[in-house]
Design a protein around this ligand. Structure first.
Ligand code: BES
Ligand code: ZN
Ligand code: ZN
Length: 497
């Protein structure tokens, strides 16, 4: 999709569809009220309560009188007091998907005069690019055509608002997020750890990033026993994917941000096998790793001032004849020993070695993202990701980035009492706690043992990485979270916010 700035007055813009948004308090106001006879029609609709401005309401008019546009689409923005860039992003997606479903391929998105900031232009752009993504790659007919929308223009932004740069930034970020979504959607017969590593290496090569793919031999040489223990259950060899972004003139001793992502390309549970219902969804268990790889793609273009490395352990979790058994003891790369009481708690095992390796590579700050626990879905549903951290200042920065990026995240407790629950009987640690409770927190506590004193934040995205049903603003499937948050974190790392 070609996205540009449009400086002509809205009534004169020739396009397939002019899109405006209106608030609940005053459904025909601002620029939407200045469209001549077309605004009169909107006022009539509003008077009749057929246009109310309530969130995501769509009013769709063909051949609007007095406009050069072929169609006018007015979308409800809801209450003014609740409006933010996250809502604006959503409105842009909904408008595009409404039009695309009707064969329209070109639109102009009109800002309100009080809302034409650079950040708003970025949000609209992201919404458009995210809305144009479809998850039907393997259909042979009747496809929705991902990325097929031809062009969009943003109108109402001043040429001096910085909107042109913001459009570029929004496009880079949303395209990276779509890359993560496309990886998450891949079935596990196509996307094995080897294939994921190939895709990561290809992305790194195309974007001038450093890349080191550790194969099973090097993984064994480095004694990554926790990762190997998960991989031994199936025939596909594991990979440790490392992607490096080095800023042009980083001072020696400056911070190194490591992004560690869980990439289990399929999680059967292993010998502690999962029930059959919905097991197909477990192809998404590499979503954390996909987000880290995709974030690096965006950073290669946005060029933050900080060094960033992605470390992505990838394996299948299979119950083959050589699979690890409940009760087995494994030696992690760190040297810490682990009693594997449940082979389905495999994410924390591979992250243990991922975190240890990231620290060995010089990480000063760690963020991991993982579809780690069903328990976080019980706690927070599909709305918020769980945020766990031991360094309050760093945790607050991640939360601030999430807020700025419009990805919902909620802080979870990390009291020492939970730590006790992960101490092993015959080894240093056990990979599950004895009881049924606090499953998301104890999972985080396990990873924490490997982060040691390095500032570390764990994002449990098990509830937010996947959309079970299509929404008006987004196709069903992988969501590509937390790419936007991590891009914001890297871009603003040196600024105190
Ligand atoms: N990949 C799953 C987490 C998961 C479960 C994500 C359900 C989405 C929906 C993870 O590897 C897992 O199986 N975790 C176990 C941990 C338990 C054995 C302590 C879980 O949550 O049941
Ligand atoms: Zn599992
Ligand atoms: Zn898993």
């Amino acid at each position: 999709m070609n996205i540009t700035l449009e400086t002509r007055s809205p009534a004169q813009v020739e396009t397939q569809a002019l899109v405006g948004y209106v608030f609940d308090e005053d459904p025909v106001s601002g620029r939407v009220a200045e469209l001549g006879p077309a605004s009169d029609v909107l006022r009539r609709l509003a008077k009749n309560d057929e246009l109310t401005g309530k969130s995501l309401e769509i009013t769709y008019i063909h051949a609007p009188q007095g406009l050069a546009a072929e169609r006018l689409l007015i979308i409800g923005a809801g209450k003014k007091g609740k409006f933010d860039n996250a809502q604006l992003r959503k409105l842009a997606s909904v408008a595009l998907r409404h039009l695309k479903a009707r064969g329209v391929k070109r639109l102009v998105f009109l800002a309100r005069e009080d809302g034409a900031t650079a950040d708003a232009a970025q949000a609209v752009t992201e919404g458009l690019v995210l809305g144009d993504f479809e998850g039907d790659k393997y259909k042979t007919g009747d496809k929705k055509n991902s990325g097929a929308f031809e062009s969009a223009a943003l109108a109402g932004w001043d040429a001096k608002s910085g909107a042109d740069k913001a459009i570029e930034k929004g496009r880079i970020i949303a395209e990276a997020q779509n890359f993560a979504r496309s990886l998450a959607n891949e079935p596990a017969n196509y996307l094995t750890p080897k294939v994921l590593a190939d895709r990561a290496a290809e992305m790194a090569r195309e974007n001038g990033l450093g890349c080191d793919i550790l194969d099973e031999t090097r993984i064994a040489e480095l004694k990554m026993g926790a990762l190997l223990s998960v991989a031994q259950g199936g025939p596909e060899p594991p990979r440790m994917i490392v992607i490096t972004y080095n800023p042009p003139n980083a001072a020696p001793g400056s911070p190194v941000l490591a992004l560690v992502g869980k990439a289990v390309t399929f999680d059967t549970g292993g010998i502690s096998i999962k029930p059959a219902a919905d097991m197909d969804k477990m192809k998404f268990d590499m979503s954390g790793g996909a987000a880290m790889i995709a974030t690096m793609k965006a950073l290669s273009k946005l060029k933050p001032a900080i060094k960033v490395i992605a470390v992505v352990p990838s394996t299948e979790n299979m119950p083959g004849g050589r699979a690890q058994k409940p009760g087995d003891v494994q030696v992690s790369m760190s040297g810490k020993t682990i009693e594997v009481l449940n082979t389905d708690a495999e994410g924390r095992l591979i992250l243990a070695d991922g975190v240890t390796y990231a620290r060995k590579l010089g990480a000063t700050h760690l963020v991991d993202a993982a579809t780690l626990t069903g328990a976080i879905v019980v706690a927070l549903g599909a709305v918020n990701a769980g945020v766990f951290g031991t360094n309050q200042a760093f945790t607050d920065r991640v939360l601030a980035s999430a807020k700025a990026a419009g990805e919902k995240m909620w802080p979870m407790p990390m009291d020492d009492e939970y730590r006790e629950m992960m101490k092993g009987t015959i080894a240093d640690l056990q990979n599950i706690s004895g009881g049924r409770y606090a499953g998301a927190i104890t999972g985080a506590m396990f990873i924490r043992e490997f982060a040691e004193d390095t500032p570390w934040v764990h994002l449990d995205i098990a509830g937010t990485a996947w959309l079970d049903d299509a929404k008006p603003w987004m196709a069903k499937g992988g969501t590509g979270t937390p790419v936007r948050t991590l891009v914001d974190l890297a871009m603003n790392f040196n600024s105190k916010k």
